[in-house]
Design a protein around this ligand. Structure first.
Ligand SMILES: [Zn+2]
Ligand SMILES: [Zn+2]
Length: 544
């Protein structure tokens, strides 16, 4: 009896020592004395959180409670959706500001739309189309988990004018780790959850991709918790793993691992609508930075530019734990580093982007993950505004209009084509019920005309997207979708060179001379079963 007790005690002591040796240290405490003003208007939050509305484990109340325990002021929910669910108005739950956003699946990866009203039709299709829709609807879009080891989830479009990018995604990070690191984190998780998760982080390659984007224009980078609260059939995760089956990581552990910090103009007021506007405004203008809180906390950052004649002095200071260094990164990479305040002069008319990281000794990862990542600060001039990707129509197009159109559709959907003197009108209803690749289209046959683009004037009865497609004799199709505003004449210029293969086809679009049909298609990419509407084709012409 006594011997059993002794052996049990020895075993317990051994396990404790084992865990102490293995477990990551608790976060370093950062002294913020003297930073009161900035501390009051720097608010920590979790961005990219799933609830039971999609594939998360907890509801809004559970998420808010976990955020409160982790000391966060706000959370941004990003349940999977197509944008047609009206977002919940901002609200305070448990003292935490809860903002409702949506993560849209595109053909080229997931795109998170913040601060966006309800979409008039389901968002989907190519990255280009969804990025365009989110912008038109007034939302702010962020390319999700560009580092995901899963090809189907990775953001692959490099040309779409995204507003933001996830420089790190905690849910993607552990997927590329070796078994030893994972097992160790799995054991120590029960002892120190957030620290164990942070030990799986590396410096993401996305930081380099982001720097490349910054050479052309402003793109806001955020750290994504991608919290699911453990168990659940994640959209991101079709294969079951130890982590997803064991309820790991919890929301609280995710929220204590990393956060974003919005630097507001004044402290939060307690009015949910006003505070939501303030947080979104800060994110939109890049007045937000990211911190790996499990390494050290809290973090405050003060970055600003002081103009003086022909130069601007960039100044950066942060609350740094012992051994920490601030690093200034410019167009050519690292420019300067310091253990305290950083100062750097740049020409007043610079259009280059500068940003700040803080590095800690002993940070996990190969290469080590930065503890703090700021957004980009530009010189006195504003970053060049976005170019619209569409090229302008060249000279006047030789018209062959109207084409003789006919209807193509799936057997269950209905469509009537009315022909007027100089236009046609398609009246359609996609078959109701389950999704069965319903579509309606009008098609026109061509024979060997050499053209490089098609021009249309289209007028729909409701806001919609229409798919302009071309087809060759062997049935292969290429296309590109365009947004159409309701009740007005929309000029659509569809370049063959801008069309993408449909149904997994990767070949570039063929020359016009081999196109046998052109089609205007309404399908389930941006419509739901049962949808009916009208589409007028006011003119159509091939551009040679
Ligand atoms: Zn995702
Ligand atoms: Zn997600």
């Amino acid at each position: 009896m006594r011997r059993t007790l002794i052996w049990t005690l020895i075993a317990l002591a051994a396990v404790s020592v084992f865990l102490l040796v293995l477990a990551p240290p608790s976060p370093a405490h950062v002294d913020i004395a003297g930073w009161d003003g900035l501390a009051a208007r720097t608010v920590a939050g979790a961005y990219h959180v799933h609830t039971t509305r999609s594939d998360g484990h907890g509801d809004k109340a559970a998420v808010a409670a976990a955020a409160k325990r982790a000391g966060l002021a706000f959370v941004i929910l990003t349940d999977h959706g197509d944008g047609t669910r009206p977002p919940d108005p901002p609200e305070y739950l448990d003292g935490v500001l809860v903002l409702d956003a949506v993560e849209v699946s595109t053909d080229d990866g997931h795109y998170v739309a913040l601060d966006m009203p309800r979409a008039p039709y389901p968002l989907g299709g190519t990255a280009e189309a969804v990025v365009e829709d989110v912008r038109r609807l007034g939302g702010f879009g962020i390319a999700a988990h560009p580092d995901s080891p899963k090809a189907a989830l990775r953001w692959t479009d490099t040309s779409a004018p995204i507003d933001g990018i996830e420089w790190i995604n905690a849910d993607s990070e552990w997927r590329d780790e070796g078994r030893r690191r994972l097992i160790r984190a799995g054991i120590t998780y029960f002892f120190r959850p957030a620290g164990s998760l942070a030990r799986l982080l590396d410096r993401p390659a996305t930081l380099d991709r982001w720097d490349a984007l910054l050479r052309a224009r402003r793109v806001v980078a955020l750290a994504a918790a991608d919290a699911h609260g453990g168990v659940g059939k994640r959209v991101e995760d079709q294969t079951r793993t130890f982590f997803s089956t064991a309820g790991i990581p919890s929301y609280e552990a995710s929220f204590r691992e990393l956060s974003i910090r919005a630097v507001l103009e004044r402290p939060l007021s307690g009015n949910a609508a006003d505070d939501a506007r303030a947080v979104y405004a800060a994110i939109r203008k890049g007045s937000v930075f990211s911190v790996i809180d499990a390494l050290a906390s809290p973090a405050l950052l003060d970055v600003h530019a002081v103009p003086s004649g022909t130069t601007v002095t960039l100044m950066a200071r942060a609350t740094l734990p012992p051994g920490g260094q601030l690093v200034l990164i410019g167009p050519g990479g690292e420019i300067a580093r310091a253990a305290g305040e950083l100062k750097h002069e740049v020409p007043a008319e610079t259009r280059d982007a500068y940003r700040v990281e803080a590095h800690l000794p002993g940070a996990p990862g190969e290469p080590p993950v930065p503890w703090l990542v700021s957004n980009a600060l530009f010189g006195s001039s504003v970053a060049p505004t976005l170019e619209i990707l569409d090229r302008d129509v060249g000279g006047p197009a030789p018209a062959i209009a109207p084409f003789p159109w006919r209807v193509e559709k799936d057997p269950a959907s209905s469509a009537i084509l009315r022909t007027f003197e100089s236009s046609v009108e398609l009246q359609y209803t996609l078959a109701a019920g389950e999704r069965r690749s319903q579509f309606v289209a009008i098609a026109s046959d061509l024979g060997g005309q050499g053209f490089h683009a098609i021009d249309f004037d289209l007028e729909p009865d409701t806001a919609t997207r229409v798919f302009v497609q071309v087809r060759t004799a062997d049935g292969r199709r290429w296309g590109r979708s365009s947004y159409l505003a309701p009740g007005v004449r929309n000029r659509v210029h569809a370049e063959l060179a801008g069309m993408r293969g449909i149904g997994g086809l990767t070949d570039p679009a063929p020359p016009g001379s081999t196109v046998t049909s052109i089609l205007l298609v309404v399908d389930l990419t941006n419509a739901v079963p049962g949808r009916s509407g009208r589409l007028r084709v006011l003119s159509s012409a091939l551009v040679r």
